[in-house]
Design a protein around this ligand. Sequence first.
Ligand SMILES: Nc1ncnc2c1ncn2[C@@H]1O[C@H](COP(=O)(O)OP(=O)(O)OP(=O)(O)O)[C@@H](O)[C@H]1O
Ligand SMILES: [Mg+2]
Length: 339
Amino acid sequence: MASSVMSTSRSAGGPQAPAAVSAVGLRKSYGDKTVLDGIDLRIPAGSVFALLGPNGAGKTTAVKILSTLITADGGQAQVAGHDVATSPDGVRAAIGVTGQFSAVDGLITGEENMLLMADLHHLPKREARRVTAELLDRFDLTEAAKKPASTYSGGMKRRLDIAMTLVGTPRIIFLDEPTTGLDPRSRHNMWGIIRELVSDGVTVFLTTQYLEEADELADRIAVLNDGKIAAEGSAEELKRMIPGGQVRLRFSDPAAYQSAASALREASRDDESLALQLPSDGSQRELRSLLDWLDSAGIEADELTVHTPDLDDVFFALTGGADIPNQPNQPNQPKETAR
Ligand SMILES: Nc1ncnc2c1ncn2[C@@H]1O[C@H](COP(=O)(O)OP(=O)(O)OP(=O)(O)O)[C@@H](O)[C@H]1O
Ligand SMILES: [Mg+2]
C-alpha cells in the first residue's frame, strides 16, 4: 500500500541544489557482457538517492565507478565537483564507501578497526581516539568495542562498517546494500542512522534490494535493468507510471450492492463478498466524485479502501520486460480491468 506519510528527508536537496553526484553516459563492460550501457544520474547535494535493480543489474559496478574503485569504459562522472577519471583523489577525499561486503577485520576489535581507519585518514592520535569513541557511542558499539569483531552479530558488523566509513566525515556516502541480512529492528535502526546523516547535510547514494527501503528513505529512486536506467523518479512518480490503482467498495446491504453494481458498469464484481473494484488513481478528486455519486444515489458503502500500486509492483513491471509507456509526472492510465 502506498504511504502518504512524508519523511523529512524528502524535503531535502531540491532539484536546484548543486549536484553531489552527476554522470552522463556511463558505460562498463566485462568481456562481451555490457553491465552499464549509458547511465545518466544527477543527485542533488543533501538528498538520498536509491539505486534499485535485480541481482547482477550493475548496482555495485556503478558504486565502484563513482567511488573510483574501478574506471568506466565510457561516459563522465563528477562526484563532489571532481571528475572521477581525472581527479580521483579529490573524489576520495569527499566520500565514504560502505561496500556490499564488510570491510571489517574480524581478527581485531571494533575499536582497533576504527583506529585503523582513522590512521588511514591521517588523523592525529588524540583526534583518532576522540572520533572513534564518539562514533562507537553513536552506533551503540561502546560495550563491544574491545571485543574481536568476529564475535559481532551481522547487524553489529554492519554498524561498525558504517561507523568506519564516517571516520573521515565524508559529505557524500555510498552505501551498497546497507541493510541486506539485517533483522527488521536492525534495519529500522539503520534507517534512523541514514536519516540522521541526511539531516546533517550528507548526501547518500544507496543501493538496495528492498523497495520498502527506497520508499522510506529516498528522495529519488532509479531502477537499473539491462544496463540502463529503466525509470527514475520519486517513489510516488514511479508508482504512477504503472497501472493498477483501484478503489474497493464493500457493502453489507445486498440491495445497495446491486444498485451500485448496475450503475458502476466499469467495476469488477465480487458477488460473494458484495464488493466492487474500480480502477482509480486514488486521487482526492476521483474519490470525491465517487463519494458524491454514492451520496446523490442514496447508496451507502460500508467500507472504501484505496490500493495504489506499491514499489514492488513497479519493480516487477520495470524489471520483468513489461512495456511501460508512461513517463513520470504523467497521470495514471488505469486499465479497465481490476487486477
Ligand atoms: N570483476 C568482474 N569481472 C567480470 N564480471 C563482473 C565483475 N564484476 C561484476 N561483474 C558482472 O557484472 C554484472 C553486474 O554486477 P554487479 O555486482 O554490479 O551487480 P549488482 O547489481 O550489484 O548485483 P547484486 O544485487 O547481486 O549485488 C554481473 O553480471 C557480474 O557478474
Ligand atoms: Mg551488488
